[in-house]
Ligand binder design. Structure first.
Ligand SMILES: N[C@@H]1[C@@H](O)[C@H](O)[C@@H](COP(=O)(O)O)O[C@@H]1O
Length: 261
């Protein structure tokens, strides 16, 4: 796991976008795993800026979202499919037919979950997975207690996650769905490179667990300690709980330039 403590969101956006740009240059039909929420937005903004400047072409890329609320009608402004199209894929010129997300409005949710796993496998798996992290250490919607071997399935959201996400539902926690379809931790672990972004003091405890805590379903993101290629992009506030921050800073400052993230 490589930890980079960044000066600001601009640097986070640039480093994250560099990973995607490098990938797409060698593999224009790359498969991107995309996360919703505010954390990855600087990366999306930078990618869109590069596309608009003619420096990057994402039109051959496919995307797979991590999760979706159950029960929101298609096109609902807070649905994750709507969000990812608004924040990334539409402005970046990725055609809607290559934008995949779990079907939270399906009648048969277990079948939709199985179908999603098959679609990811049929696409050859995820090359780069962008991730945020919840304040309770969840990734995608794998809440505390999630099996470290889980695959795409229905999950019940915790009260805390629903409160955190109420801001997308006019501040009304009760309007936030109680269930979701989410990629499992084992699904995420199959991505070839994971880039996790966390900003703000509200993430400091979860980040300290992710990087330096014991691997445990209590803090689901800790499963990433078993992944061979994880880049963690933080701001100062999110890094505040790290005991080895000095070492991470030194390692990054002295990193040979032939090594990318
Ligand atoms: N399911 C999403 C996660 O994928 C995201 O990482 C998390 C943090 O969101 P934010 O980045 O807005 O803090 O929120 C939601 O629960």
């Amino acid at each position: 796991m490589e930890v980079v403590i960044c000066r600001d969101e601009e640097e986070i956006g640039r480093l994250g976008a560099d990973v995607v740009s490098r990938l797409v240059r060698t593999r224009p039909e790359a498969v991107l795993g995309v996360a919703t929420g505010s954390s990855p937005r600087p990366v999306y903004a930078e990618l869109v800026a590069r596309v608009r400047a003619g420096e990057l072409d994402l039109s051959g890329v496919s995307t797979f979202s991590l999760d979706e609320y159950v029960g929101l009608p298609e096109g609902h402004p807070a649905s994750y499919r709507t969000e990812i199209r608004r924040e990334l894929t539409d402005p970046a010129g990725i055609p809607p037919e290559r934008v995949h997300s779990p079907q939270g409005s399906a009648g048969d949710l277990p079948a939709a979950a199985r179908a999603y796993e098959k679609r990811i496998a049929a696409a050859g798996g995820v090359d780069v997975q962008l991730l945020g992290i919840g304040s309770d250490g969840h990734i995608a919607f794998n809440e505390p207690g999630s099996s470290l071997a889980s695959r795409t399935r229905i999950k019940t959201l915790t009260r805390r996650t629903r409160e955190d996400n109420a801001r997308f539902f006019d501040g009304d926690t009760d309007a936030v769905p109680t269930h979701c379809l989410t990629q499992g931790l084992a699904t995420i672990m199959q991505a070839r490179h994971v880039v996790l972004v966390a900003t703000g003091e509200g993430k400091a405890r979860a980040v300290a667990q992710l990087v330096e805590g014991a691997v445990s379903a209590r803090w689901p993101a800790t499963v990433l300690q078993w992944h061979p290629h994880v880049s963690v992009l933080l701001d100062e506030a999110a890094a505040a709980g790290l005991g080895l921050a000095g070492y991470y800073r030194e390692a990054w400052a002295n990193k040979p330039d032939w090594q990318g993230l």
